[in-house]
Design a protein around this ligand. Structure first.
Ligand SMILES: *[C@@H]1O[C@H](CO)[C@@H](O)[C@H](O)[C@H]1NC(C)=O
Ligand SMILES: *[C@@H]1O[C@H](CO)[C@@H](O)[C@H](O)[C@H]1NC(C)=O
Ligand SMILES: *[C@@H]1O[C@H](CO)[C@@H](O)[C@H](O)[C@H]1NC(C)=O
Length: 516
C-alpha cells in the first residue's frame, strides 16, 4: 500500500518534473538546525533534483543526486571565534537580552566563517549557477547575497517558528496579543499579565533587531558582496519562499503570508529498525518505557549530584523501565534503569511500549513525540524550549518541571501524574492524528513549492505588497495619525464655533437684560 501511494506521488510529480540544480547553504554548526535543512535537501534529491549541500556535516555515505561541499571547521585555517554561550543551565527565568546577544553574535560569526571558507570561495569562483538556492536564516541574513552570485531564485528557511526575523522578511504581521515570543513560556492564549510581558519583550527584540542586528548584517553584506548590483535591503526581502519549521496543530496557530510555508515535522522520517538489543529491551517492557534525553547539546552528566540522585530515586519507584541518555558510567542505578551514550530517539519513540518522553523541550523532540503520540515531561533550558513546553501543556500532552525544582518528590509527582492519568496519552494520540490528517505531507510541500517557484521564475505574486512600506506605514501608524489630526481639527473647529455662538447668545442676552 505504502509502495503504491509512493509510486502515485512519484507519477503525479513527474508530470511537471524536470531535474533542477539546487544549492543548499546550511552553515549553522548545530546538529538540530542541520537536521531540518538536511531533510529539505534530501527530500529534493529523492525527487531527482541535482542537489549541492554546503554544510559542516557531510554525509557518511554517497547519496544519489546529493553532492556535499563540506565547510567543517577542520578544513578551515582561519580564526573562528565562537560566540559566548550564556550560562543557560539553571537559568531560572527566560532572559531575552543574553539570548539575543548570543544569536546575533553567532549570526555574525557564521557570515564571516562561511564567506571566508576556501570551499565557498572555490564554489563562487567555479562560476556554477543554480535554479534555486535554499539558504538557512538563523540571523545571518547577509548570506542571502549569494543568490545573486549563483544567479538563483532565493528560498530561505528557519529552523524555529514565530521569530521576528521571519515576519520582518516576509512583511507578515504577528500581533503580540496572540503570537508568543519564542523566548518566553507563553502560548497563543495569554492573559493581561502575559500579554504585557510578551509585548514588552517582543518590543525589545524588535528594537535590537532593527537598530543593532540589521545594520550589522548590512555592513557584512557590503563587505562580502562589494560588487553586488542589488542592495542588501532589496535582497533581504526578496525570498520567493520562506519555509517555516512549524505546525499550528503542535505549536500555536499564527498568521503567515502566502509565501511562508509550514514544513514542521519534515525531519520525522519513517522509523528505522532498532538494534536487536534495544528491540528486545523495549518489547520486554510490559509496563512500558520512559525515555530520558536532553538532546544533543546537553549531556546526562551535566546534572549535578543532587539532581541525578533525585532522578534515580524517583525512577527506582516506577514499575516502568527507564532508558536514559547518559554518557558515563552510572553507579548505583536501580534495576529498571538502562543508560546509553546515544539514543536513536526517533526510532525509539515510534515503539508502542514507550509511555513517556522526558525532554528539554527542543522543537525537534517535541514534534517527534507529538507525531508519535507520546506524552512529554519538559525540563526547558533555553531558546524556544519554554514555549514548546508551554504548548504541550496547553494541548494537554505534557507537563513542565523547572530545573530548579528537581527533587525526588517533584519528579515522582510529575511521573505518576503523566504515567497514571490516561488523559496525557489520549491527548498525545489526538495531536498525532490531527497532524497526520492533511492534504500533503511536509516533504511534498517542499518539493511542490520549490518546483513551483522555479517553474514560475520566482513568486512575487505570492508576496504581500509591503516591501516598499516602512514600519510606520506597515502598521498604518501614519494613517492613524492623520485620523487623530482630522478628529482633533473637527473638535477644535467645533470648539471655536461653539465659542463664537455662545458669545453671540450671551452678549445678546446681556444686551436684552440691560435694556430691561
Ligand atoms: C549536477 O550538478 C553537478 C554540479 O554540482 C554537475 O557537475 C552535474 O553535471 C549535474 N548533473 C546533472 C545531471 O545535471
Ligand atoms: C528577486 O528575485 C527575482 C526572482 O529570483 C529576481 O529575478 C530578481 O532579480 C531579484 N531582485 C532582487 C532585487 O534581488
Ligand atoms: C517542587 O516544585 C515546586 C514548584 O512546582 C516548588 O515550589 C517546590 O519547592 C518543589 N518542592 C521541593 C521539595 O523542592
Amino acid at each position: 500500500m505504502k509502495v503504491l501511494s509512493f509510486l502515485l506521488i512519484l507519477i503525479s510529480c513527474s508530470n511537471y518534473s524536470t531535474s533542477y540544480q539546487i544549492l543548499g547553504i546550511l552553515p549553522f554548526e548545530t546538529k538540530s538546525h542541520f537536521a531540518i535543512g538536511e531533510s529539505i535537501m534530501k527530500t529534493l534529491a529523492e525527487f531527482f533534483h541535482n542537489v549541492t549541500v554546503v554544510s559542516p556535516y557531510p554525509q557518511n555515505q554517497e547519496l544519489h543526486f546529493f553532492k556535499d561541499v563540506s565547510i567543517a571547521s577542520a578544513e578551515w585555517n582561519g580564526e573562528y571565534v565562537e560566540a559566548e554561550v550564556p550560562a543557560f543551565l539553571n537559568l531560572e527565568k527566560p532572559e531575552i537580552i543574553p539570548s539575543l546577544k548570543f544569536l546575533y553574535q553567532s549570526g555574525e560569526e557564521t557570515v564571516n566563517y562561511v564567506m571566508s571558507h576556501p570551499k565557498i570561495i572555490e564554489l563562487i569562483e567555479s562560476g556554477q549557477t543554480y535554479n534555486a538556492c535554499i539558504i538557512e536564516n538563523t540571523h545571518f541574513e547577509a548570506l542571502q547575497g549569494l543568490a545573486e552570485i549563483f544567479d538563483c531564485i532565493l528560498i530561505t528557511y528557519t529552523t524555529y517558528p514565530s521569530v521576528y526575523l521571519l515576519d520582518r522578511m516576509a512583511s507578515s504581521i504577528s500581533p503580540t496579543s496572540y503570537v508568543p515570543n519564542s523566548f518566553l513560556d507563553y502560548t497563543h492564549k495569554m492573559n493581561f499579565h502575559e500579554r504585557f510581558l510578551n509585548t514588552f519583550n517582543t518590543l525589545v527584540e524588535r528594537i535590537f533587531y532593527e537598530f543593532y542586528h540589521l545594520p550589522n548584517q548590512r555592513r557584512l553584506y557590503q563587505k562580502y558582496f562589494p560588487n553586488a548590483q542589488r542592495s542588501f535591503d532589496d535582497v533581504y526581502k526578496n525570498s520567493s519562499l520562506i519555509f517555516v519549521n512549524d505546525n499550528p496543530v503542535i505549536s500555536s496557530p499564527r498568521p503567515l503570508t502566502p509565501n511562508m510555508i509550514n514544513i514542521g515535522g519534515i525531519h520525522v522520517r519513517q522509523a528505522d529498525p532498532l538494534t536487536a538489543k534495544l528491540q528486545k529491551f523495549l518489547n520486554n517492557a510490559k509496563d512500558g518505557v520512559v525515555v530520558f534525553t536532553m538532546g544533543s547539546n546537553l549531556q546526562g552528566t551535566d546534572w549535578d549530584e543532587e539532581q541525578r540522585e533525585a532522578f534515580l530515586k524517583a525512577f527506582g519507584k516506577l514499575k516502568q523501565k527507564v532508558l536514559w541518555k547518559y554518557e558515563d558510567e552510572l553507579p548505583n542505578k536501580p534495576k529498571n534503569v538502562k543508560t546509553m551514550k546515544w539514543l536513536p530517539q526517533r526510532d525509539i519513540l515510534a515503539h508502542p511500549n514507550v509511555k513517556l518522553f522526558i525532554t528539554h523541550g527542543g522543537l525537534l523532540g517535541t514534534f517527534e513525540a507529538a507525531i508519535s503520540g507520546v506524552p512529554v515531561l519538559g525540563i526547558p533550558m533555553f531558546g524556544d524550549q519554554r514555549m514548546n513546553v508551554a504548548n504541550a501543556i496547553l494541548h494537554g500532552n505534557g507537563l513542565k518541571l523547572d530545573a530548579a525544582d528537581i527533587t525526588e518528590e517533584n519528579v515522582s509527582k510529575a511521573l505518576n501524574e503523566l504515567l497514571n492519568n490516561p488523559k496525557y496519552s489520549e491527548n498525545a494520540q489526538h495531536l498525532s492524528s490531527m497532524y497526520k490528517d492533511r492534504t500533503i505531507p511536509a516533504k511534498m510541500q517542499v518539493v511542490y513549492w520549490t518546483e513551483y517557484v522555479i517553474r514560475h521564475k520566482g513568486a512575487p505574486h505570492l508576496r504581500v505588497d509591503a516591501n516598499h512600506l516602512n514600519l510606520l506605514q506597515l502598521y498604518s501608524l501614519d494613517v492613524y495619525c492623520s485620523f487623530a489630526v482630522i478628529i482633533a481639527a473637527i473638535i477644535y473647529v467645533n470648539y471655536l464655533l461653539s465659542k463664537v455662538i455662545c458669545k453671540k447668545l450671551f452678549s445678546s442676552k446681556v444686551v436684552k437684560e440691560k435694556k430691561q
